[in-house]
Design a protein around this ligand. Sequence first.
Ligand code: ASP
Ligand code: MG
Length: 418
Amino acid sequence: MEVYKFGGASVKDAAGIRNVGNIIRLNAEKDLLIVVSAMGKTTNALEALTESYINGENSTHSLFEEIRQYHHSVLAELFEDESHPAFDEIENTFIEIEWMLEDDPHPGYDFNYDQIVSIGELLSSRILSAWLNHVGFKNKWLDARGVIQTDNTYREGQVDWTKTCKAIEVMAPILKDQFIVTQGFIGGTSENFSTTLGREGSDYSAAIFASCLNAEKLTIWKDVPGVLSADPKLFSDTRKYSELPYSEAMEMTYYGATVIHPKTIKPLQNSGIPLLVKPFLNPEEEGTIINETAAVCKDFPAIIVKQHQVLASISTKELLFITEDHLSEIFKAFAMAHIKINLMQVSALSFTVCFDEEKEKFNALIVALNNSFKIKYNQDLQLITIRHYKPDTIDQLSSGKIVLMEQLSRNTAQLVLK
Ligand code: ASP
Ligand code: MG
C-alpha cells in the first residue's frame, strides 16, 4: 500500500478537490491511504478565530462565519444537490465549534487552540472523502484523532508510537477494498481531546501512517515540481533535485527548508520507506525521490532563507570572560524559553546567538538572563544557509547587505544579514 498526502494548496477550492480526484483516478489500482491538510489558508483563519475567541473580541462571530461560508461554497460548487449528506456533516462540525465558542474558554490557550484549529482538517477530509465517493472511489473517512495518539502537549502533541501503530494497524484490512481518507496535523489524547502536531505537521502525520502501515512509499503532492535548490518565491534560478538521500533532506529541513516538515524524514528512514515529492498540477512528472541510496548533488548550492531573525550578543554585566558556567546558564535560559538556536558563536567576552523572532519567548529569555547578563540585539534579520556553497555564492547573496555573522564549515555556509 502507499500513502498520499495533499497539502492545503492542493485542496484550496473545488477545482483543487476535483484535481485530487483525477490524481486518484490515475492511481486507482493502488491501495491508498490519503492524508489531507486543511483547505487553503484555513489553519491561519482558525488561528485568528481562536485568538479572537480567547480575547473575547467582537470579531469572533464574523471570523467563524467566513470559515463556514468558505467551506460551504466549495461544497456547493462540488455537489449541485444540496441534500447530499456532506452538507449535514460539514454543518454538524461547525455546530460543535459554535457551541464551544458560546462557552467561556478553558484555562490554557494551547488547549483551546487545538480544539478549534483541528477542525480545519476534519472539514477538508470530510469534503474530499465525500467527493471521492461521489466520483466512484469508494473510501472510508477515518478520524485521525482516534489513531494518532499523543500526550497532552497541546500544539506540539508528542506521538505515542506504540499505541498509534497498534491503532493504525487495525485499519489496514480496510484498504483491501476501499481507500482511506484521513487528516494530517491532528491527533487525540487518551481523554479524547484533540491535539495538533505543530504547524505544517500534516507531512509528519503522513509519515506516521506510512511507517505504521509499512507502506511501499509516501508521496507528498506539492505546488512545486519537487524539492528545489531554493524557494522559487525568493530566487528565480532554482533547480529541482531528481533525488536526495534522507540525510541531506533532513539537513535541509533542519536549516529551515519548508518543503517538508522537519519531523517527516526520520520515521521513513527508520522503516526504509522512500518519500516522493511530486507536483499535484503535473502528476505525471517524476518529482524528487528521497531515499537511503540517492547521491548527494553538489553541482549547485542549496539556499535556505530564514526571515525574522534576532541576533543577540550576551555578555556578563562585569564584562568577564565567558566561561562554561556562563554558557550553561545561558543555554538553560534558552531551553526554558523554548527558543531553538539557529546559529551561535562564542568569543572572549560575549556569546552571540541567532534565533527566530517570537515575541513572548524572547521576552521570557530576557527576563531569565537579566540578572547576570547584558543583552544587545538586532531584529528583523535574515539567516541564509548555503549547502555545498561555492565562494561566489556567498558574495552574490551578501552583496548590498551587511554581514553581521558568518560561519563556514566544509559543506555549509551560514550568514546573518541585515
Ligand atoms: N493545516 C496545517 C497548517 O497549515 C497543517 C499542514 O498544512 O500541514 O499548519
Ligand atoms: Mg499546509
